[in-house]
Ligand binder design. Structure first.
Ligand code: OSB
Ligand code: MG
Length: 344
């Protein structure tokens, strides 16, 4: 089988910049792929790099696209080098979308029908799955969660390590007392804490969890320390009751495997758009039963749909998916990809 393909680079501004420990991120640059087989079936893919997360850059991805022939074989699509994980994800997703035009609900999707979410937030395939809403960093979180709660979100993620720890701990105090009792809260440090500050955060979270007057659940702290501090994160995970999730540490599939081989049995955050080959990700997750939370790379609806397909089958169904990000930009949940393509 041979495929014709086209690509279009795009640039979109977020409604507001995403503040993380790395600073402000305001513009998403990516590339949309349109793959067509000999019968005229179309598959879509998206290259959505985040270089500060360990992926290739947009320039490297563009260079790769420009040197590819306009006709691609299966082999060509399945042999994209590991140094281009976002390209692997995009080409394989588009290829797979054609191969599985008539998609299949997964086992546990059939069993579950207990989502507590407004169904308009969900894709048809994931009616029962829940989403975690991404809150802005700092004080803005205090007035942002409520409209999201009203839309049906029950899990929230708040970026930490952006302002001074004393200020953020004070905001945490207010946030955990304001949130409804059935809410869950995730804290994401984006690898930006010192070991002392990470310990202080975990201690504070343990204290909140132990306080019966604050029934909010703190689900985990995401990537408290730098990637190089793997052992320190292992040690912290033994010393505190609050769970730790690895994110930056497991950005690419080789990193994910290495952390698993080195004994990590906590939570793994997987960003499909960054991780690389969906085929090999599936193989890994089906062999090693990991506690996986799938998460958005703030891609368009095209990468989002491909990511959600993996999340539905490979993610831990007891945890909300990190795809409650559609309020960060326009058009984030459209299903008319032809029309979206025309805008690029
Ligand atoms: O995981 C989520 O809930 C939302 C996505 C998210 O937080 C994110 C989005 C883009 C880049 C990095 C991150 C992150 O998890 O650190
Ligand atoms: Mg994260």
């Amino acid at each position: 089988m041979l495929y014709q393909w086209q690509f279009r680079p795009y640039r979109r501004h977020f409604k507001q910049a995403l503040q993380t420990n790395h600073g402000a991120w305001a513009v998403r640059d990516g590339i949309i792929l349109r793959l067509t087989d000999e019968a005229g079936n179309v598959g879509w893919g998206e290259i959505a790099p985040i270089p500060w997360f360990g992926s290739e850059t947009i320039e490297q991805a563009l260079e790769f696209c420009q040197q590819l022939p306009s006709e691609l074989s299966n082999d060509r699509i399945l042999s994209i080098p590991d140094r281009l994980p976002c390209c692997q994800f995009a080409f394989e997703s588009a290829w797979e979308a054609i191969a599985s035009q008539f998609s299949r609900p997964t086992e546990w999707l059939k069993q579950q029908n207990t989502g507590n979410q407004d169904s308009s937030l969900n894709t048809p395939h994931s009616r029962s799955l829940t989403y975690s809403a991404l809150l802005p960093a700092g004080e803005a979180a205090l007035h942002t969660w409520r409209p999201l709660w009203e839309q049906g979100f029950r899990t929230f993620k708040w970026k930490i390590g952006v302002e001074a720890i004393a200020i953020e701990l004070e905001i945490l105090h207010i946030l955990t007392r304001n949130l409804p009792t059935t809410a869950k809260l995730r804290l994401d440090a984006n690898a930006g804490l010192s070991t002392d500050d990470a310990a202080a955060w975990l201690q504070q979270c343990d204290t909140i969890t132990a306080n019966p007057d604050v029934p909010v659940t703190i689900e985990y702290i995401e990537q408290p320390l730098a990637i190089a501090q793997f052992q320190a994160m292992q040690d912290l995970s033994q010393h505190y009751r609050t769970s730790i999730a690895l994110d930056e540490s497991v950005a690419r599939l080789d990193q994910l495997k290495a952390c698993y081989d080195n004994g990590w049995r906590g939570i793994f955050v997987i960003k499909p758009a960054i991780v690389g080959s969906p085929f090999r990700l599936r193989q890994f997750c089906q062999t090693c039963a990991i506690d996986a939370v799938f998460s958005s790379a703030l891609e368009t609806a095209i990468g989002r749909q491909a990511g959600l397909r993996l999340a539905e089958t490979l993610g831990n169904p007891d945890r909300a998916m990190g795809y409650g990000t559609t309020h960060w930009f326009d058009d984030a949940a459209t299903t008319d990809f032809e029309q979206l393509w025309q805008t690029f």
